[in-house]
Ligand binder design. Structure first.
Ligand code: ATP
Length: 222
């Protein structure tokens, strides 16, 4: 059985938060590969701050160039129109061999907006989730985060979700499981990086060095 994680986002730009947490997910769930899937026209983000898709793609390539188990996918960039996760999941399910288990990897902040995603109910029928904690400060501890996830799942998705300690997942008799993983908190966001560049501040230790050099050479986010 091959276990593959799908990790989507705008990656505008990719940062050390993405790199660190997704490595922890790979190790924690024993995934063979992770597909990193940058979105084309992000339906939920301000369009004016998105740099060229090719540049975002290249920064992701650079960030994972040391590990062939991370595979960059341009499916969403090649598709016309805005990128919808449901289309991407259907695509990978249709091309994956039988002995493949796919997982959709999402940070908690993104997961808590999933009821705004296209055909989100179908997602819960199609693919198990891995939800990563995104603890920003003390008040926002992982424990509280999982409580908010439980409330959200039961109020917006289905009352039938219950937590299984044995499986470290919310399980449901008709829907796919929602697995949770406490990852090391990394207080970095792409927004912070774009802001710092605009203000002329350093982004050292926020993105991989090789990505920092690329951003500088191309004059991105100025
Ligand atoms: P922005 O600041 O532009 O909103 P972002 O830093 O949240 O961007 P995205 O590309 O939107 O980055 O994120 C892709 C995925 O990675 C989302 O599921 C998000 O929750 C997750 N993610 C991003 N940064 C972190 C982090 N520091 N810790 C855990 N998960 C993260």
């Amino acid at each position: 059985m091959r276990r593959i994680g799908l990790f989507g986002g705008t990656f505008n730009p990719i940062h050390l938060g993405h790199v660190q947490v997704v490595r922890e997910v790979k190790a924690g769930f024993g995934l063979n590969n992770i597909l990193i899937i940058p979105s084309a026209l992000p339906p939920h983000k301000e369009l004016d701050v998105v740099v060229d898709a090719e540049d975002r793609l290249e920064m992701i390539r650079l960030a994972f160039s040391d590990d062939p188990n991370f595979v960059i996918s341009d499916v969403e960039l090649k598709r016309s129109g805005p990128s919808y996760t449901i289309d991407t999941v259907r695509h990978f399910k249709s091309i994956s061999p039988e002995n493949t288990e796919l997982y959709l990897i999402v940070g908690l902040d993104a997961f808590l907006e999933i009821d705004t995603w296209k055909s989100y109910n179908d997602l819960f029928l199609l693919i198990p989730f891995i939800v990563m904690s995104r603890t920003i400060n003390e008040e926002n501890s992982a424990k509280l985060e999982w409580k908010s996830l439980k409330n959200y799942l039961q109020s917006k998705i289905s009352k039938g979700y219950t937590f299984s300690f044995a499986q470290s997942s919310f399980i449901h008799d008709k829907k796919q499981p929602v697995c949770v993983l406490n990852v090391t908190p990394v207080d970095i966001s792409s927004t912070t990086i774009r802001k710092r560049i605009k203000e002329g501040r350093s982004i050292k230790r926020l993105v991989p060095n090789i990505v920092k050099d690329f951003i500088k050479a191309k004059g991105l986010y100025l």
